[in-house]
Design a binder for this molecule. Structure first.
Ligand code: UD1
Length: 430
């Protein structure tokens, strides 16, 4: 299993190209199941989760053609991928595949809408919490589907003539359930109005792509989304939006190590709340042409309290990284997690680097320390593992992060991007 070795202490200086968003690419890829035409996605990141979903979609009958990578001067490259599902080969998503990646459960929406039926394995537990699927079941039931749980699978069946538009208000905000409702309702008969919808930029990206495919969706990005059903969708060409979590992660890294980095190919408006928190912590962050410039001052980090919330609140996917930053603040800060009940596994690992963190329910109290010291640590989930990398960059001496397959799920060419900016980071393959 690969490990990442970091020798901390160097400031970051240069350009970091930001990749396409994993969390946008996954639902966009799944949307290819809605049409027999070709959906072409540009700026698709090269990540383990994307490759995993490519295999899963192949199982459902999607032909996939990957167009070469184009290297750019700033070190970025873009991948264009063509997805064509002439006919759905299989409406079952088996446990072996769904259990590896929760987002693959979302195929239930398009399969049900296009084929009138789907048999999809329940995703099962996950390291960061129980993550149930009740909202998906309720939402699709509102569209007329019969949903039955049997032997660890959901058997979903649309009424004769297809799903029927309806008004449905989510009792809780869910990104995934909103994606699934957008896809399912696009091919339903009549109009669907979703209340308490997720407002994440990735939901807007999916709605834009579906509209380019011929859907009639309005209100994406607000809490109320209206979808007028159409009888069929066509192909389209769509560019995956930049990864706001990767953007925020590197911005926090610079705030922590000090230095001057331009994050290229991204957009400051995708992460206002996180940028505000980084600024309050003392870094200078500004919009520049084609990206964001971050100037960090390393040793003068101010303590800032944050609470994770659905968009436009502070993203849960940046919580671990921000906690990493706060470990070196000049004072006490609090980080409260409200989205997932068990998303503090990084606390124990950050403590190994010398961080002083105490947990009380869903809130972590972080007492900043003047220095962290490198140590062997273990990645526990995707975002937690990158918080360890950031902390390692700012720690004295060597940090060895094991179980880096978590990182490969969501961070494209991390070592290369950081090394180009002066960090000492290398992958060790055993
Ligand atoms: C997506 C993101 C993930 C991010 C999360 C929250 C992708 C691929 N993943 O995950 O990176 O951390 O949004 O921003 O885009 N819930 C229920 N019942 C349901 C569905 C969800 O109770 O049927 C709960 C979850 O357990 C969680 C909360 O709702 O507590 C939010 O989860 P959700 O927004 O659905 O997360 P994902 O879409 O899985």
């Amino acid at each position: 299993m690969d490990r990442i070795r970091i020798v901390g202490g160097n400031a970051l200086n240069g350009i970091i190209p930001i990749s396409g968003a994993k969390n946008a690419a996954l639902p966009l890829m799944i949307a290819s199941l809605l049409t027999s035409d070709t959906l072409t996605l540009e700026n698709v990141p090269h990540l383990a989760d994307v490759e995993g979903l490519i295999r899963i979609l192949g199982n459902h009958g999607v032909d996939i053609a990957v167009n070469g990578r184009r290297e750019h001067q700033d070190g970025s490259y873009s991948r264009t991928v063509h997805f064509t599902c002439r006919t759905v080969a299989d409406t079952t998503a088996p446990y072996e595949l769904v259990s590896k990646m929760r987002a693959s459960f979302w195929v239930i929406g398009p399969l049900l809408a296009r084929e009138g039926q789907a048999r999809v394995s329940l995703p099962g537990g996950c390291a960061i919490g129980t993550r149930p699927v009740d909202l998906f079941i309720e939402g699709l039931t509102a569209l007329g589907a019969e949903m039955e749980i049997d032997g660890g699978y959901i058997n979903a069946k649309a009424p004769k003539g297809g799903l029927i538009g309806a008004r449905y208000t989510f009792p809780k905000v869910s990104v995934g359930a909103t994606h699934v409702m957008l896809m399912a309702a696009s091919l339903a008969r009549g109009t669907t109005v979703i209340g308490n919808a997720a407002r994440e930029p990735e939901v807007v990206d999916l709605a834009n792509c579906l509209n380019a495919m011929g859907a009639k969706i309005s209100g994406a990005g607000t809490a109320t989304i209206t979808i007028e059903g159409v009888t069929s969708l066509s192909g389209a060409r769509h560019r995956v939006l930049p990864d706001r979590i990767e953007t925020g992660t590197y911005a926090m890294a610079v705030a922590m190590t000090g230095g001057d980095v331009t994050l290229s190919g991204t957009d400051i408006t995708l992460l206002d709340t996180a940028i505000e928190a980084i600024r309050r912590a003392g870094a200078e962050v500004s919009a520049v042409e084609g990206g964001i410039r971050v100037i960090g001052h390393g040793d003068q980090i101010r303590p800032v309290d944050i609470v994770t919330e659905p968009f436009p609140g502070f993203p849960t996917d940046l919580q671990a990284q921000f906690m990493g930053l706060m470990t070196r603040a000049n004072g006490v800060s609090h980080v409260t997690e409200t989205i997932f009940e068990n998303r503090f596994m990084h606390v124990q690992e950050l403590a190994r680097l010398g961080a002083k963190i105490t947990l009380s329910g869903q809130t972590a109290r972080i007492e900043g320390v003047t220095r962290l010291r490198g140590a062997p640590v273990m990645a526990t989930d995707l975002r937690a593992s990158v918080s360890l990398v950031i902390a390692g960059l700012a720690a004295e001496g060597e940090t060895m992060v094991s179980r880096v397959y978590h990182l490969d799920r969501g961070f494209e060419r991390l070592e290369e991007k950081l090394t180009r900016c002066g960090a000492i980071v290398e992958r060790i393959s055993d």
